[in-house]
Every structure is written in structure tokens, then in C-alpha cells.
Design a protein around this ligand. Structure first.
Ligand code: MG
Length: 383
């Protein structure tokens, strides 16, 4: 017996009947956000003031609509073009009820364009939209379709911006604690800011430090040992390039610090390399990057085999965030969910799903991803 029920027909024959992908629309948004403090600058984090969204709207020939979300920070237009010109022509007319098969065929057909980056981001967005449709066909929230009817609140952590200023770090850590966050991640790369955060947070708040791949292995070791004094819960992506898993494994062994990485890895094969060599304590797949829900679930299974906890990368505010909430319900090794500590000018889903209650996230209860984007918000921020 097949695991889901159709609105159009209850029969097996009906299930094999038509539900073709009729149209794929790419919707690009640019939404300003506030970082809560004023420390704008010219480069990197300090220069970043608008969120990119690359939404994918998939329509079937029987009128269902699914929403997906491809990673698009600083790469929105290339990702949108990839969806329009590399993905859509291959999948229009295919059966929308085949997300797993379509994912496999896209990965196979597009492998020559790279197994990390724009192509996989685009595939991820489509995959999320097809799973949204699968939930709507089944008339179930996605987590229930994937095998978990009950909901466990998932702990959130505040993922602070990079402020490069100890006073601002102190201010933001205090603010995060006042909002009920019990774990906090910094994006600082110098010791003085980490020290300031620990001093204000006190000894009991887990503090993570994400440095976004700046260092050689030697420099990473020096910095890791300096940060260690402030009781770091994990050090994230200390080494450049991110796929130097051997150097990460060595750093982990030599410093005794817990290492997190994975937001710059796509597909289960890359995660396998990371785990085989012992590079990480925490794996951070990003559902809008790795190949969508289909690929994320394979990575989760692999992490379970290796005894590695998942800390999903999710600093975004579209359907990908909702997908992460659902995935956390069906993954036994899922840990905290990242909430990037900025405030977008508008809420795409208009119900504050991004604001944790008592330090934890719930899951939207509607069918599929559970919430539909607000058309007025789309209209206002559409590029
Ligand atoms: Mg990170």
C-alpha cells in the first residue's frame, strides 16, 4: 500500500495517473534587514544589508502549488538563471510526485556543472517545492508525511552577526539572552570579541564561534587554542578551503575543540568524506544547498551511522527554513536550529515562525511545508 493518499483518486491507477509539473516560476526578492545595532562598513558582513530570496513556485496540471527556496545570498541571479534554463526545461512535464527520482536525474544530468554551488542550490530549491506538493497531496504536514506525527520543539540558537566590536558583541549577547536563547553563536574572528561574549554570557551559556573559513591550518590552531580559554562549544569552519577535511581532522585532534562544518558541502558524498576522516563533531547540512530535502535525509542517515549530531545550517527566512523545521522532527540526531540574529523588514509567512518560544521552534501545522508565502510581501520586495 502506498504511503499517501490523493485528492483526485484513491486508486493505485489514479496514483499513477497525471500530476505533471506544468510550470516553474522563479521569484526573486531583495529584503532589507536590521542587525539591531549600527556598525555598517564597506566589506564582508559589515557591507551586507539585504536578504536575497530565490523562491521557486511549482504548479502541477491539477492546480497544486509547491514552494521551494534555493540558497541565493550574494548569488541570487545566477541561481535564478540556473533554475530557469538548466532545471525547468528538464522537469516540465515530469510527474510532480517523484521528488526522489527527479532529484537523482537532475544530479546525474547536471553533474558536469559542479557538485557544489549554483547547480546544487537550484536543485535544492526545486526539491523542496516538490516535497511541499507531496505533503499537500497527502494532506499532511511534511514531518508527518516523512514519518513523525507528533512534534517535539527544537531548541534554537541565536546566530549573531559579525560586529567586530566588543561593546556591540556584549550588547547583542545580552539581548539574545533576554529573548530566551540558551545558546549563542558568534561570527567574530578575534579573541577580544570572544572574551567579551563569554564575560557577559557567564559560564553556563554555550558559546559557539563561526569564523567562515579564514585561516591556514597553522593559524587556525593558534586561534583555536586562544578561543579555547573561553570554553567554546564548537569552532565552525576555521580552515580555508572548507573541503580540507584532513586539516580539520588534525586540528580537532590536536586542540581537543569540537569542530562544526558542512554549510559549504553539497551531497551525501561530500559529507561522507568529511566523516570518514573524522573532520567534525557537528555536521551542518543546509537544505537549500545540499540537494534539498531528499539529499538532506541521506546526510542525516549517514550522520546517524557515524554518530555525528546535525546542527542544521539555516540562516534564511523562506521555505528552506520551514523545511529545516520539518526535517528536525524526523531526524533522531538533529540538534539546535540556527536563527540568524537579524530582523528582516517583513515576514514572508506573516506568523512569526522565526521567533522561538521558550528558546525552541515549533513546526507549522498546515499541509506540506505548512505555510504559504504572503503575496503582498512578495509584491513589495520582488526584484
Ligand atoms: Mg556558518
Amino acid at each position: 500500500m502506498l504511503g499517501f493518499r490523493l485528492g483526485v483518486s484513491q486508486s493505485y491507477g489514479g496514483l499513477l495517473g497525471s500530476m505533471k509539473i506544468r510550470n516553474i516560476e522563479v521569484i526573486e526578492l531583495e529584503m532589507p534587514f536590521s542587525r539591531g545595532v549600527d556598525n555598517k562598513g564597506d566589506v564582508g558582513f559589515l557591507n551586507w544589508g539585504k536578504l536575497d530570496f530565490c523562491l521557486i513556485k511549482v504548479e502541477t496540471d491539477n492546480g497544486l502549488v509547491g514552494w521551494g527556496d534555493a540558497f541565493s545570498f550574494q548569488c541570487r541571479r545566477p541561481v535564478a538563471e540556473a533554475i530557469k534554463y538548466m532545471i525547468a526545461p528538464r522537469v516540465i512535464g515530469l510527474d510532480a510526485r517523484d521528488p526522489v527520482k527527479i532529484n537523482h536525474e537532475l544530479q546525474q544530468g547536471l553533474h558536469l556543472f559542479g557538485r557544489y554551488g549554483i547547480t546544487l542550490f537550484a536543485i535544492s530549491g526545486l526539491d523542496i517545492a516538490l516535497w511541499d506538493i507531496a505533503g499537500k497531496i497527502a494532506e499532511l504536514p511534511l514531518h508527518a508525511l516523512m514519518g513523525s506525527a507528533s512534534i517535539t520543539p527544537v531548541p534554537a540558537y541565536a546566530s549573531l552577526f559579525r560586529y567586530e566590536d566588543s561593546e556591540l558583541v556584549t550588547d547583542r549577547v545580552k539581548h539574545a539572552i533576554s529573548l530566551g536563547y540558551e545558546s549563542i553563536k558568534l561570527h567574530e574572528i578575534t579573541v577580544s570579541e570572544v572574551k567579551a561574549a563569554r564575560e557577559i554570557a557567564g559560564p553556563s551559556i554555550p558559546l559557539m564561534v563561526d569564523v567562515n573559513c579564514p585561516w591556514t591550518p597553522e593559524k587556525a590552531k593558534l586561534m583555536a587554542l586562544a578561543f579555547k580559554e573561553y570554553d567554546i562549544h564548537w569552532l565552525e569552519e576555521p580552515i580555508n578551503p572548507p573541503e580540507n577535511f584532513a586539516a580539520l581532522a588534525k586540528l580537532r585532534a590536536e586542540t581537543g575543540l569540537s569542530i562544526a562544518a558542512g554549510e559549504n558541502a553539497c551531497t551525501v558524498f561530500e559529507f561522507k568524506k568529511m566523516m570518514e576522516i573524522g573532520a567534525v563533531d557537528y555536521a551542518q547540512p543546509s537544505v537549500t544547498k545540499v540537494g534539498g530535502i531528499t539529499e538532506f535525509r541521506k546526510i542525516a542517515a549517514l550522520c546517524e551511522v557515524y554518530g555525528i549530531q546535525i546542527m542544521p545550517h539555516s540562516p534564511y527566512f523562506g521555505p528552506g527554513f520551514l523545511a529545516t523545521l520539518h526535517l528536525a522532527q524526523v531526524i533522531p540526531n538533529s540538534g539546535m536550529i540556527e536563527r540568524i540574529f537579524i530582523e528582516p523588514e517583513a515576514d514572508l509567512f506573516a506568523n512569526s515562525i522565526y521567533d522561538p518560544k521558550n528558546g525552541a521552534f515549533g513546526v507549522p501545522g498546515g499541509h506540506g511545508l505548512g505555510l504559504e508565502p504572503n503575496p503582498d510581501v512578495i509584491k513589495t520586495y520582488r526584484v
